[in-house]
Ligand binder design. Structure first.
Ligand code: NAP
Length: 268
């Protein structure tokens, strides 16, 4: 595993994504992920699967301190009291007394009020880390102007065709972890001939090449799979490195055009 450091604490760069997994599918998949070596799990209240994840974690026998749980606040959370309520529900469903990283799922006009609530819970220790998701530079700047506690994380659309470079660079300069959501472009990027050419050279899969690339570029990633073999495949990326030439080839796939919702006009 490769790590990033937050407040001196080692955090896995590769985590396990759970979007579009029902609670029962997550209940089944999380033990595979833990067995494969994932310790960081990414969910959200919007995924409606915290319960299944909580159940799997309660039975896994791994000490809570070795796990890293990220969940998110949905766009209906508008003020500090809403934050407290949402976190209370997440804690109950995840069967835990703290959350390692709470993110604002998408920016809204209530970002600052929500952030204040998150800061309070971080001071109380209920949230170990607080961060953002889908925040463009201007959204982050608005937070930084008022924040007492700086955001530690920003989860973003990042895949070979939209490498989101400007925001990633900005986050890195601010000491904010940039993380790829849909790193495999929901499976679509796995058909790419350039990626597959590189994969054949290393005897690796297209998914492994993309995830290896993200981590090499200093970008955390949360690939999702419900299949035990693919779950294992996606974490088996620590035994090879990409040449500078192959890194350049993947850089060139970037069209700088998003495939999914624009955070300025997300409609949620
Ligand atoms: N913050 C946000 O707004 C946001 C938005 C989207 C996603 N996310 C997070 O990011 C995570 C990942 O994104 P995602 O789920 O949208 O997409 P993804 O991880 O890019 O791709 C998942 C898809 O690829 C398939 N897949 C995974 N590994 C594979 C492999 N090795 N070979 C072939 N196919 C493979 C999966 O199918 P199988 O399951 O059948 O293997 C699934 O259909 C989410 O689960 C969620 O945690 C966050």
């Amino acid at each position: 595993m490769e790590y990033i450091f937050i407040d001196g604490k080692k955090v896995d760069m590769l985590g396990f994504g759970t979007y579009k997994m029902s609670s029962s599918a997550a209940r089944e998949a999380v033990p595979y992920a833990l067995e494969a070596g994932y310790r960081r799990i990414d969910t959200a209240t919007m995924y409606d699967n915290e319960d299944g994840i909580g159940e799997a974690l309660a039975e896994c026998g791994i000490p809570r301190g070795e796990l890293f749980l990220t969940t998110k606040l949905w766009t209906d959370i508008k003020c500090a009291d809403d934050v407290f309520r949402s976190v209370e529900g997440s804690l109950k469903r995840l069967r835990t007394s703290y959350i390692d990283m709470l993110l604002i799922h998408w920016p809204t006009e209530n970002n600052l009020k929500v952030w204040k609530g998150m800061e309070k819970l971080k001071k109380e220790g209920v949230l170990k880390g607080i961060g953002l998701s889908n925040f463009k530079i201007h959204h982050i700047e608005d937070i930084l102007k008022e924040a007492q506690i700086k955001p530690e994380w920003n989860q973003l659309e990042i895949h070979p065709y939209f490498q989101n470079r400007e925001t990633v660079e900005y986050c890195k300069k601010q000491g904010i972890v940039a993380e790829a959501w849909s790193p495999l472009k929901r499976g679509e990027a796995l058909k790419d001939p350039v990626i597959n050419g590189i994969a054949a050279k290393y005897g690796k899969s297209a998914a492994q090449v993309i995830l290896r690339y993200d981590l090499t570029e200093g970008v955390a990633a949360v690939p999702k799979s419900t299949n035990s073999e693919r779950i294992k495949e996606n974490i088996s990326i620590f035994d090879f490195s990409l040449s500078d030439e192959d890194i350049e080839k993947i850089k060139k796939l970037d069209s700088n055009k998003r495939s999914y919702r624009d955070p300025d006009n997300h409609g949620f």
